[in-house]
Design a protein around this ligand. Structure first.
Ligand SMILES: [Zn+2]
Ligand SMILES: [Zn+2]
Ligand SMILES: [Zn+2]
Length: 482
C-alpha cells in the first residue's frame, strides 16, 4: 500500500481521497483544490482583489499571502483563475474550443452564431459552457451541425432532435441571445401533447387531427398569444375539442365507416349514444365537412327531434343575457332564468322554490332540487346572492311568513310561473329552446376554464369555486347521466 493513500487532506481531513497538490498547510485533495481555485475576492491579508486559494485562520487568501508556490495566471490573458488546460484559464480554453466548434468550414466562426460565441466566451459563463461541451456530446454535435449549416437554427431542430431534453438548453441559449424568436411554451406544450395523443392512431386519423389542430386551434392560439389574449381556457378548450375529434374518428372506425363516407346517421348515432360532451366534436365535423374531408352533414348541438334545436352558441348567449347588467331583467328574473338554463328545471318547480332549498355559505352556494344538492358556480352564484340580499325583509309584518325564493305580490304567495315566463320571454329568453339546451353540459361537464373563457371571467375565480363544489358537481352528473 502506498503511503500517499494514508495521508490526510489538510482541508477536509479525509483520507480516502486523491490528492491534487501540496501547499504550505499540507496535502490538498482534488475536491478541496477545485473549490479553493474558484474563490475570487479581496484578500483580507494584502487587500488586493485576486484569486484566493490559500487559507489562513479559516479565511481564503491569495497565493502570495498563503505562500503557495504556484502562479494561477493564464499564460494568454493573464486572468488569475482555476487553470483548465495547462497554463490556460477556462475562458481561454472555451474560446479555443468554440472557435473550432463554431467554424463554418472556412476557418471563420459561423456568422449567425457570432452573438452566441461572444456571449459564451464572456467570463461569467465560461466554466459552465465548458462543462456542457465536455459532458453533453449531443449538444456539442448539434452545435457543430448548425455551424456547418447541416442543421438549422430553428425551434424544430430542438423539438425533432432524438434527445430533445438534452439539447433543450441550446434552444434557450438561442432564444436568450436573439438567434431564435421566443416561443409560447403553452402552445408548444399543446403540440407536444398532440404528438403523444397521435401515437396510437391510424395514419388517416393522425393526418386529419393534425390538420385540424394546426388550422383551427394552433393558428388561433398563436394569433391570440401575439396579441396577449391567450387564456388558459382557450388551451384547455383546444385540447378537449381535439380529443373529442379523435374520439369521433375512432368511433367511425369502430363502425367501419371511413371519414369520407360519414353520413348524417353516423353523426346522430355518435350524439345519441354517448355523453353530452360528444357535442364538442362539432368544431371538427364542421371544419372537416367544410374542407371536404367528410361529407356535408348537419351537427346539432343536442339531438332533439321534436323540439326546437338550439345551436351551441345560443345557450351561452342566453346565459350571457341573464348576466348582462344592461338587460331589462330584475334579479328575480335573472335568478329564475339561471336555474332554468343551468339545471333545466321546469318553471313550475322553479317558481315554487323555497328559501330553505338554498344553502348560502361564505364561499359556496348550493341549491337543493328534489333530492339533488347542486352547486351553483360563479359568476352565476353572485346573481343568486344578490337576489337573496334583495328579497323583501322577512321580519316586516307583510312578509312574516315569507319563505319563497320568488315571493309573489300577495303576501304568502310565490310568484306565478306565467308571470316569470312572460317576463323572460319579453327579455328574449325563449323557454322552449332554453329548456332543451340546458347549459348543464357546458357548465358542469366542461372544465371551468372554458366556461369562464366563454363568459370572459377570470379562470382562477371560477376554478376555485368549482373546486369548492367539486363533489356535489360530479355526484350530480353521475346521477343525471346514469
Ligand atoms: Zn479535501
Ligand atoms: Zn494576499
Ligand atoms: Zn486566459
Amino acid at each position: 500500500m502506498r503511503r500517499a493513500q494514508q495521508q490526510v487532506c489538510a482541508r477536509c481531513a479525509r483520507t480516502d481521497v486523491r490528492f491534487a497538490t501540496t501547499w504550505p498547510e499540507g496535502r490538498i485533495c482534488r475536491r478541496c483544490y477545485q473549490r479553493a481555485t474558484r474563490i475570487h475576492g479581496t484578500c483580507p491579508s494584502c487587500n488586493t482583489p485576486r484569486l484566493l486559494p490559500g487559507l489562513i485562520a479559516g479565511e481564503p487568501v491569495c497565493t502570495d499571502c498563503a505562500g503557495i508556490p504556484k502562479d494561477f495566471r493564464c499564460t494568454r490573458c493573464c486572468r488569475e483563475d482555476e487553470p483548465d488546460r495547462v497554463g490556460l484559464c477556462a475562458h481561454c480554453c472555451l474560446t479555443d474550443d468554440l472557435t473550432v466548434l463554431l467554424d463554418d468550414g472556412t476557418g471563420k466562426i459561423n456568422q449567425a452564431l457570432q452573438p452566441l460565441f461572444a456571449a459564451l466566451t464572456s467570463q461569467k459563463v465560461a466554466r459552465s459552457a465548458r462543462v456542457w461541451l465536455i459532458t453533453n456530446p449531443a449538444a456539442k454535435n448539434l452545435m457543430r451541425d448548425i455551424a456547418l449549416g447541416e442543421a438549422l437554427i430553428a425551434h424544430e431542430t430542438s423539438i425533432a432532435h432524438p434527445h430533445p431534453t438534452t439539447v433543450a438548453f441550446l434552444r434557450e441559449l438561442f432564444i436568450e441571445h436573439g438567434l431564435l424568436e421566443p416561443v409560447h411554451l403553452e402552445i408548444e406544450r399543446f403540440e407536444t401533447w398532440l404528438q403523444k395523443k397521435l401515437l396510437d392512431t391510424t395514419p388517416e386519423q393522425s393526418r386529419l387531427i393534425k390538420q385540424y389542430a394546426r388550422w383551427v386551434h394552433i393558428n388561433r392560439m398563436q394569433h391570440l398569444a401575439q396579441t396577449g389574449q391567450l387564456r388558459k381556457g382557450t388551451l384547455l378548450a383546444a385540447r378537449q375539442s381535439t380529443s373529442v375529434a379523435l374520439d369521433f374518428l375512432r368511433f367511425l372506425d369502430e363502425q367501419n365507416v371511413e371519414p369520407a363516407k360519414c353520413s348524417q346517421a353516423d353523426i346522430d348515432h355518435w350524439l345519441s349514444t354517448g355523453p353530452t360532451t360528444r357535442s364538442l366534436a362539432r368544431g371538427f365535423v364542421r371544419w372537416a365537412s367544410q374542407h371536404g374531408h367528410i361529407r356535408l352533414v348537419d351537427f346539432p348541438y343536442r339531438l332533439a327531434r321534436t323540439a326546437p334545436i338550439i345551436s351551441q352558441s345560443q345557450p351561452i348567449e342566453l346565459l350571457r343575457r341573464t348576466l348582462d347588467p344592461d338587460a331589462k331583467l330584475t334579479l328575480s328574473d335573472r335568478t329564475a332564468a339561471l336555474l332554468l338554463l343551468l339545471y333545466g328545471q321546469p318553471l313550475t318547480r322553479i317558481a315554487a322554490m323555497k328559501l330553505s332549498q338554498i344553502a348560502l355559505e361564505v364561499d359556496s352556494l348550493t341549491i337543493r332540487i328534489t333530492d339533488d344538492v347542486l352547486a351553483v358556480p360563479e359568476p352565476f352564484a353572485s346573481i343568486v346572492r344578490q337576489h337573496l340580499a334583495d328579497l323583501p325583509n322577512q321580519n316586516t309584518s307583510a312578509h312574516r311568513e315569507q319563505r319563497w325564493l320568488f315571493p309573489g305580490v300577495k303576501p304568502g304567495d310565490h310568484l306565478n310561473q306565467t308571470t316569470i315566463m312572460n317576463r323572460l320571454r319579453n327579455a328574449g329568453i325563449d323557454l322552449r329552446a332554453a329548456k332543451n339546451a340546458s347549459m348543464r353540459a357546458l357548465v358542469l361537464e366542461i372544465p371551468a376554464a372554458i366556461v369562464a373563457d366563454s363568459f370572459g371571467y377570470s379562470y382562477q375565480v371560477t376554478d376555485k369555486h368549482r373546486r369548492h363544489s367539486g363533489v356535489t358537481f360530479s355526484d350530480y352528473i353521475s346521477k343525471r347521466t346514469n
